[in-house]
Design a protein. Structure first.
Length: 178
């Protein structure tokens, strides 16, 4: 077994990325404090050809050298938009017939492994503040909630880890019906 060289990875150019068919997933980041978390989510979004990221509330925006440290250029490929009001973003997405889902521990949440995607449907995933999670008002406006099962003593994951887990799970269900 030989580790592949970067030149063997068939990476897309920025222009190729922008012209590629996108995965019908939108990420909404609300009040994310850590610039490294924001950059990591951009990098995950690039990896899975995510359609767009909305940066809401206090979430910082590119260009920013701390975001760039973890995004490694993904802020140049992934479409993004800043809107101070997450509730406005959620409502606008719902008006566009996007299914908006909070990633949060709430009553009646669907565990990630049990969540079934609908063919030809677009999803928006709302991730909240590292300490407080998704705001209750946003949860109430969403179409539903997905929870990542956790079995240890801690009952929270880093926002960038949560985004990676949920995006990968939905991506594989969409792409390979797994």
């Amino acid at each position: 077994m030989r580790k592949l060289e970067n030149s063997e990875l068939d990476r897309k150019s920025i222009e190729d990325f922008k012209q590629s068919e996108k995965t019908p997933i939108i990420i909404v980041l609300d009040d994310i404090r850590s610039l490294h978390n924001i950059g990591s989510v951009f990098r995950t979004a690039d990896a899975f050809l995510i359609e767009k990221i909305y940066l809401c509330g206090i979430t910082a925006t590119p260009p920013n050298k701390e975001i760039h440290k973890t995004a490694l250029g993904a802020t140049e490929t992934v479409a993004w938009e800043h809107n101070k009001d997450v509730l406005e973003v959620i409502q606008n997405l719902k008006n566009e017939k996007v299914s908006v889902l909070a990633i949060e521990q709430v009553e009646s949440a669907v565990f990630l492994q049990d969540f079934e995607i609908e063919k030809d449907k677009k999803y928006a995933l709302v991730f909240g503040n590292e300490v407080f999670g998704v705001a209750q008002e946003a949860v109430e406006l969403c179409d539903g909630c997905i929870e990542i099962p956790q079995l240890g003593t801690k009952h929270s994951l880093n926002i960038s880890v949560s985004a990676g887990i949920v995006v990968w799970d939905l991506f594989k269900k969409m792409k390979w019906n797994l």
